[in-house]
Design a protein around this ligand. Sequence first.
Ligand SMILES: Cc1cn([C@H]2C[C@H](O)[C@@H](COP(=O)(O)OP(=O)(O)OP(=O)(O)O)O2)c(=O)[nH]c1=O
Length: 195
Amino acid sequence: MKAQLCLASSSPRRQALLTQLGYQFELVAPNIDETMRAGETPAQFVVRMAKEKALAGQALLAPQAETAPLVLGSDTIVVQDGKVLGKPVDKADGEAMLRRLSGRAHRVLTAVALSDGERLEFKLVITQVIFCALSDAQIAAYWDTGEPADKAGSYGIQGLGGNFVRAIDGSYSAVVGLPLVETRELIEQMIAERK
Ligand SMILES: Cc1cn([C@H]2C[C@H](O)[C@@H](COP(=O)(O)OP(=O)(O)OP(=O)(O)O)O2)c(=O)[nH]c1=O
């Protein structure tokens, strides 16, 4: 690959998924404001976050590079009944999220955006996940493992949280944080257009 690839993320899960795709890449960890705007839909919000991460990464890197690198940003949110469940702020918040998810369906929205310094392309992947019913004791025990603390919706499908998933319709890798097929398509398409 000619263009240098960079992942604008501090998520170890996204790093592992991009490695799984077979790419070599560098890392940059931009800080952006992740507050939803008034009137913004969950889909608009998650796409804006992915784009802002890619652009902020590009802004950090471009001054040092001869050719602007391809910078990938991604964002994941959990949505139920129109309400966005982001990362839990504390134990009470995390347990409340898990109680909401218990025995019901929710959607996981993951957006991935790629900037080459000029163009900014994106894809949005929506996956439905159905949880089994959870007791308060199960929720408390799960919170205490520490796994939910840094994850949207307070669970990790790739970890102990996977034990709660009755069904999934969509992209497993998108729920973990980076949709493999769509990310590869985005990168391949931009490289092809650049030649
Ligand atoms: C629902 C779910 C979310 N998650 C994770 C994916 C994301 O890393 C995190 C959602 O937070 P994000 O804000 O999307 O990402 P992040 O802060 O971890 O990383 P970045 O530096 O790229 O902004 O929740 C899982 O790992 N497993 C799951 O099953």
